[in-house]
Design a protein. Structure first.
Length: 196
């Protein structure tokens, strides 16, 4: 694929992602759009599942999964916007597209379970993303890969831990679907990191 075709494909992907995110914001039960969005979702869920520890734990995992997807989509968009390296552009596109799909699946499951999810995050409130926004072009790629690896290792740990404690079949199926994707992203990022 030529560089021009990659850019066209990335531009279409960015438009697609933005339209999906706008739809998710419009359809979500929570209208907050600040860094407190996650806190608000957690409070809503705590009040709903106050007397059911199992459902409260499941809700906490779904909130954390939404937060992971939000940050991975933001990482993908930053990589697309700031990098010129073909491997990072491919990884960024994959992060964005695959985490949008994971977000949609998660939102559908959360809606069925009456669980509130965060829909946005302030990028400047996240240390890794903030570092990437400020990174100079000369160090962006290395910093980007380091953050992608860190975030994916943390996400994988969270998914593996939840898989061992949750008894909810839908959550286990979601984990079984998304965990291999997270591992694939991590492996690709580590391969790219070797070139720095």
């Amino acid at each position: 694929m030529t560089t021009r075709n990659q850019i066209m494909s990335i531009s279409f992907g960015t438009f697609f992602v933005l339209s999906i995110l706008l739809e998710m914001v419009a359809c979500n039960q929570i209208n907050a759009t600040s860094k407190h969005d996650k806190d608000i979702a957690e409070v809503h869920n705590e009040s709903r599942f106050d007397n059911d520890t199992t459902k409260a734990n499941d809700a906490n995992f779904l909130v954390e999964s939404a937060w992971i997807n939000i940050h991975e989509i933001a990482l993908g968009q930053l990589g697309t916007d700031k990098s010129k390296t073909p491997e990072i552009l491919v990884l960024s596109k994959m992060l964005t597209e695959e985490h949008v799909i994971a977000s949609e699946k998660l939102k559908n499951m959360a809606d069925k379970k009456n669980i509130s999810l965060p829909v946005s995050a302030e990028k400047d409130q996240d240390a890794g993303i903030s570092k990437l926004i400020k990174a100079k072009n000369s160090i962006f790629d290395k910093t980007y890969i380091d953050v992608v690896i860190q975030y994916h290792e943390e996400a994988i740990d969270a998914f593996v831990a939840e898989d061992t404690i949750s008894s909810d079949i839908e959550i286990k199926n979601y984990i079984a679907t998304v965990l291999p994707t997270l591992k694939k992203h991590l492996e690709q990022a580590k391969q790219i990191q070797k070139s720095f």
